[in-house]
Design a binder for this molecule. Structure first.
Ligand SMILES: [Zn+2]
Ligand SMILES: [Zn+2]
Length: 382
């Protein structure tokens, strides 16, 4: 299985290398033919589509992709040829480095080629975040939200199939996170006997949101619905609070290192400062002292481990820490109640724990940031 996987990667890399090479060879010859209606890419794609028996549009895409990979990210391409990384990883890197300035590409390529083998086990969203972090490190402008994208924000509600409406739009990540959390919180205010699915309750929560109500009406039909008793506490929980992780220097305007909004990924430095202006700032303390006494971690340790892990630590798992449990890697009391022996696991991966060889693997992406600069996370209440 492993051998076939590596051979598959090598084959794809070699095919793309041939396409990129053909482009370079033809470009010289085609320079004399500028009166042609087809440009270089179209002309090469015509040959590629004939050889590979694919449509012209797909061939054009392949020529552009192959050139980006082999000419902008040659070191990554060589790792791809060796077979240790797959097409999904390469495609994500190529697509997310598209905006990066040509002058920083060689350095970025070298850094990515050196690290990407470790990214194979990352889930799609985590992989995207990881690539964005490296892009931001070399070219902060490469992950900036283009003004045109931000200016285009909108929220549209229009008639759908009879009796239904379609909601769509594009909002800032902070608004999206707040809305997402508010709908989840409202959907959770019914009792366990409610017949609707979570998705349906989220959709119905829109009405409660519109009426500024803190709870969703339960549809269990029971006289003594247990949700009724919990209405008051639910009202308090329904206020959406989003947390953003950012370096102090970004908040103070001394650097443009991006922040991180769990579930939504990289948050450009300008957006971080915009939110921080009206947010409650809290430092994340990196525990440096002796381990906590006892089995349960202290509030400080727990907060630090939450911001270090962000999600379940099982390779490829995206479940946020809010839905995970903190676990001792080496069981207490042989293992200490200290950040180095604590990690988050979700319900699914909890059961794999005794046999896991991943327990001692490196902490995820925030560690580096946390060690370099004392970061702050802040709460933002829209
Ligand atoms: Zn009920
Ligand atoms: Zn998990």
């Amino acid at each position: 299985m492993g051998e076939a996987t590596r051979e598959e990667s090598t084959s794809i890399a070699q095919r793309l290398a041939a396409v990129a090479e053909l482009y370079v060879r033809r470009r010289g010859a085609l320079a004399d033919c500028q009166w042609w209606c087809a440009d270089d890419c179209d002309a090469v794609a015509a040959e590629v589509s004939a050889v590979q028996n694919i449509s012209h549009a797909r061939a054009v895409g392949q020529v552009q992709f192959a050139c980006n990979l082999w000419h902008r990210l040659p070191r990554l391409a060589r790792v791809f040829v060796s077979g240790v990384i797959d097409f999904r990883l390469v495609a994500t890197i190529v697509n997310r480095t598209d905006n990066v300035d040509d002058t920083v590409m060689p350095a970025l390529d070298e850094a990515i080629a050196g690290h990407c083998v470790k990214w194979m086990k990352l889930s799609g969203p985590k992989l995207k975040d990881r690539v964005d972090q490296w892009v931001a490190r070399f070219d902060p402008a490469g992950v900036r939200v283009p003004p045109a994208v931000k200016d285009n924000r909108h929220l549209t509600i229009e008639a759908g199939v009879p009796g239904m409406a379609d909601v769509s739009g594009r909002v800032t990540a902070a608004v999206g996170a707040a809305l997402d959390q508010a709908l989840d919180a409202l959907a959770a205010t019914v009792c366990a006997n409610d017949p609707r699915t979570h998705a349906q309750r989220r959709a119905d929560a829109g009405a409660a949101l519109a009426r500024r109500e803190a709870t969703l009406d339960c549809q269990c039909g029971l006289e003594d619905c247990p949700a009724g008793a919990q209405r008051d506490s639910a009202a308090a929980a329904a206020a959406a609070v989003i947390h953003v992780l950012a370096e102090q220097s970004t908040v103070e305007g001394r650097s443009n290192a991006p922040g991180y909004l769990p579930g939504f990924g990289i948050l450009p430095a300008e957006s971080v400062r915009e939110l921080a202006a009206s947010a409650k700032l809290k430092p994340v303390t990196v525990p440096v002292g002796p381990p906590d006494p006892g089995y349960r971690p202290s509030v400080l340790t727990r907060e630090f481990v939450e911001w270090r892990d962000l999600t379940c630590r099982w390779p490829g798992c995206d479940r946020p820490v809010a839905k995970c449990e903190v676990d001792h890697t080496v069981p207490y009391p042989a293992g200490f109640t200290h950040a180095s022996d604590l990690k988050h696991y979700c319900g699914i991966h909890w059961v794999h724990r005794p046999l896991s060889k991943y327990d001692r693997e490196e902490p995820p992406l925030t560690r580096h940031t946390l060690e370099l600069v004392r970061p702050a996370f802040f709460e933002f209440q829209p």
